[in-house]
Design a binder for this molecule. Structure first.
Ligand code: NAD
Length: 435
């Protein structure tokens, strides 16, 4: 099939590369010339495990093309995926400007009957708006499909190649059969393609992210309470996670959720509900709890340093909002760094892959270290903000020797409180006994 993806970001690039890998001819279009120029030379704008070789191989074999000529890419397609950003508007609702701009272009430049797929995360009702925008100029029939994306940054290629499920909101048999054929290679192990109406598909994505965000905020609050009552959230997590109705995933407390999806999608769902006169009180609380949680690492550090961080140098390990990605959108590390700088501390930061992105966002407000150990040199304390593998088993003696004071705030519960204590650290983590 001839596939065009409009918007070549985290989602568009992964979807495009994976669809090319299964034999389709894919054009990935984007307005960003630098990004497209780089991609033509196999220089990826993002870090995502396994993606570089996929892009290189499919580009070499002529199945994957990159272009800034969006009209031409639209003209050659049987299926068009809209995968542009849907950032939060000022009031938190999803900004559909980019999505609707692409829809208009599709109407103007389509050259045959096609399926228009909304891949971006969009509020219920968006497919009808997209359909109206395409229809304004369309000279050929088209079929709408809502196909929300559930990939996780850091495991995006695997998630797309082996999805737990594929959700497809369709209205016509044509859309249904084209999309079933396109996704058949990805569900050969028997994972379901779930067909539904379009509003339900649009809602499914928000409900999934809202549920996951709720688990995180819930566990963060339970962890904070564990500290007060002398319980250990690690035991509690295992105790509840072994209940089949609950399950073990997404029960790890931490410094609050971040990234490009949970914060914006929870906000957008709350705004959608409000616009219909419905209060989502649980999600209001999820957001509040997360906002509070993003300050916990700073408060813990300040406490460990005697109530004042002014003049202190702090090493921060981990800047990305989670491991295996360079994405720093809404990363809790950004909140911590802002608070530290405002309180008169200085920061030396390290991240295995997000240093380039950090320099772009933070400029010279912080110092950057080439290795995690280098970040400790001259520092009063260490805060671990992202659970990268390489931070999991560090050389603790080296950490202790490098730090001016043996203070470690572990916002990801990577280390054993007992071991840290026996090594002489002032150690604190989230919701655990003795820390
Ligand atoms: P992104 O910001 O990384 O990429 C969006 C791309 O669209 C950019 O490269 C931008 O230049 C391009 N673009 C904007 N307007 C354009 C236009 N008119 N024509 C052509 N290109 C245009 O965003 P992303 O993280 O890939 O997210 C895209 C959508 O997918 C969002 O709705 C997001 O919520 C959703 N989503 C993201 C993830 C994720 O993990 N990042 C997962 C699932 C769903």
């Amino acid at each position: 099939m001839n596939i065009t993806i409009v918007g070549t970001g985290y989602v568009g690039l992964v979807v495009g590369a994976c669809l090319a890998e299964t034999g389709n001819d894919v054009a990935c279009a984007d307005l960003d010339e630098r990004k497209i120029d780089g991609l033509k030379k196999n220089v990826l704008p993002i870090y995502e495990p396994g993606l570089e070789s996929l892009v290189e191989r499919n580009q070499q074999q002529g199945r994957l093309k990159f272009t800034t000529d969006v009209p031409a890419a639209i003209g050659s397609a049987d299926v068009i995926f809209i995968a542009v950003g849907t950032p939060p508007d000022e009031d938190g609702s999803a900004d559909l400007r980019h999505v609707l701009a692409v829809a208009e272009q599709i109407g103007r430049h389509m050259k045959r009957e096609l399926v228009v797929v909304t891949k971006s995360t969009v509020p219920v009702g968006t497919a009808s708006k997209v359909s109206a925008a395409v229809a304004k100029h369309a000279k050929y029939p088209f079929h709408m499909c809502s196909n929300p994306e559930f990939l996780k940054e850091g495991a995006a290629v695997d998630d797309f190649m082996k999805p737990d499920r594929v959700v497809l909101g369709v209205e016509t048999d044509h859309a249904r059969s084209v999309m079933a054929e396109l996704y058949a290679p990805f569900v050969r192990t028997g994972k379901p393609i779930i067909f539904m109406d379009i509003p339900s598909a649009e809602m499914t994505k928000y409900a999934a992210n809202a549920m996951l965000a709720t688990r995180i905020s819930f566990m963060n609050e339970i962890a904070n309470l564990c500290e007060r009552v002398g319980a250990d959230v690690d035991h509690v997590r295992k105790g509840i996670g072994s209940d089949a109705r609950i399950g073990p995933s997404f029960l790890f407390p931490g410094p609050g959720y971040g990234g490009s999806c949970f914060p914006k999608d929870v906000k957008a769902l709350v705004r959608t509900a409000r616009a219909c006169g419905v209060d989502l009180t649980v999600l209001d609380a999820v957001e509040d709890a997360n906002e509070r949680q993003k300050h916990v690492a700073f408060h813990k550090l300040r406490h460990c340093l005697g109530g004042d961080v002014r003049g202190c140098q702090v090493a921060v390990w981990g800047l990305a909002f989670k491991p295996q990605t360079d994405d720093m959108r809404e990363a809790p590390a950004l909140t911590l760094i802002d608070e530290l700088l405002e309180a008169g501390a200085t920061v030396t930061a390290h991240d295995p892959v997000a240093m380039h992105e950090a320099r772009r966002r933070l400029g010279d407000r912080v110092a950057y270290a080439d290795t995690n150990y280098e970040a400790l040199s001259g520092a009063d304390a260490l805060v671990v903000m992202t659970d990268w593998n390489e931070y999991r088993h560090p050389d603790f003696n080296r950490i202790k020797a490098a730090l001016k004071q043996p203070v470690v705030v572990d916002a990801r519960n990577l280390y054993s409180p007992g071991k840290m204590k026996s090594l002489g650290f002032t150690y604190t983590s989230i919701g655990r006994n003795g820390a």
